[in-house]
Design a protein around this ligand. Structure first.
Ligand SMILES: N[C@@H](CCC[C@H](N)C(=O)O)C(=O)O
Length: 289
């Protein structure tokens, strides 16, 4: 009988993940294994993998172990590693609650972008302290077919280019990554958000994610969009002295983002566990062997 590896499936505003609990970091998860798990036809299917490891057991997280017991070892669907995943943190927290590792209330989670504070509310939504955005100087340009837009470079621990467009359909099919220039601005690739206005402090976006393609939602992307929109609207909280809250609609739902005058950003949204099962370890080994 072949060995089985436990997994769960979850999503946050339809940004979906294969969750692999591995507290002692005993599993081998090379990029090809992650890509096989995320394959929507030949695997389980997901935009990425949330590898759940105790911080003390992971070389990239040991330094955060005193502050956060659990490390979100996040991988994009193509097997690449990213610094941060906002929807992933909410789903990771929901998994910890589901597994009985934490109760509702406050907790911390280690990520490659540092320790994140999380609040699991009684009503079910989860709020993540996403830290501060960095806005490197210099505009960039996003192009789709014959259209180009100036875009804002926003770093939420991971890189984003935020373009305001007249119509979300102008982003096209997003089967391939939209070119962003100058390319040297993003030596490790970039997530690209297309944004339209929906009303006062209310926008809608589509996203092409580095390493995953078009997804139904991106939490760090929604934060980048809120920050870029506040700057465009003259509502930078550091200047006005008042928090700026934006509702960001994504194809998979809605996220609410607040930036405070000290620059700290909070994101609130849902997180759902939809299934639990077992991976055939032999299949997985063949998938990357
Ligand atoms: N979907 C995520 C972002 C995942 C990482 C991204 N694709 C990257 O490579 O930076 C989110 O919810 O933030």
């Amino acid at each position: 009988m072949s060995t089985r590896i436990a997994f769960l499936k979850g999503h946050g505003t339809e940004n979906d993940f294969v969750i692999v609990p591995d507290p002692e970091n005993a599993l081998d998860l090379p990029p090809a294994a992650v890509a096989a798990l995320c394959d929507r036809r030949a695997g389980i299917g997901g935009d990425g993998v949330l590898h759940v490891v105790r911080s003390a057991a992971h070389p990239e997280a040991q330094g955060m172990a005193a502050e956060a017991e659990w490390f979100m070892d996040y991988h994009n669907g193509d097997g690449s590693v990213a610094e941060m995943c906002g929807n992933g943190v909410r789903v990771f927290a929901r998994y910890l609650q589901h597994a009985g590792h934490v109760a509702e209330g406050d907790l911390t989670i280690a990520t490659r972008a540092g320790v994140k504070t999380v609040h699991i509310a009684k009503d079910g939504d989860i709020t993540v302290g996403m830290g501060r955005a960095r806005l490197p100087e210099g505009d960039v340009t996003v192009t789709v077919s014959e259209r180009s837009w100036p875009a804002r470079n926003v770093n939420m621990g991971n890189p984003h280019a935020v373009a305001f467009v007249a119509d979300l359909a102008h982003a096209g099919d997003l089967y391939t990554a939209p070119p962003v220039s100058p390319a040297a601005t993003y030596p490790d690739g970039v997530n690209v958000e297309f944004v339209v206005d929906r009303g006062p402090r209310h926008v809608a976006m589509r996203v092409h994610e580095r390493g995953s393609g078009e997804t139904r939602s991106c939490g760090t992307g929604a934060c980048a969009v809120a920050v870029a929109t506040a700057r465009r609207d003259g509502a930078d909280p550091a200047v006005t002295g008042t928090p700026a809250t934006y509702t960001v609609d994504v194809p998979g739902g809605r996220l609410v983002i607040t930036e405070r005058p000290d620059g700290e950003i909070e994101m609130t949204g849902p997180a759902v566990i939809v299934a639990e099962g077992e991976i055939d370890a032999e299949w997985l080994a063949h998938a990357f062997g």
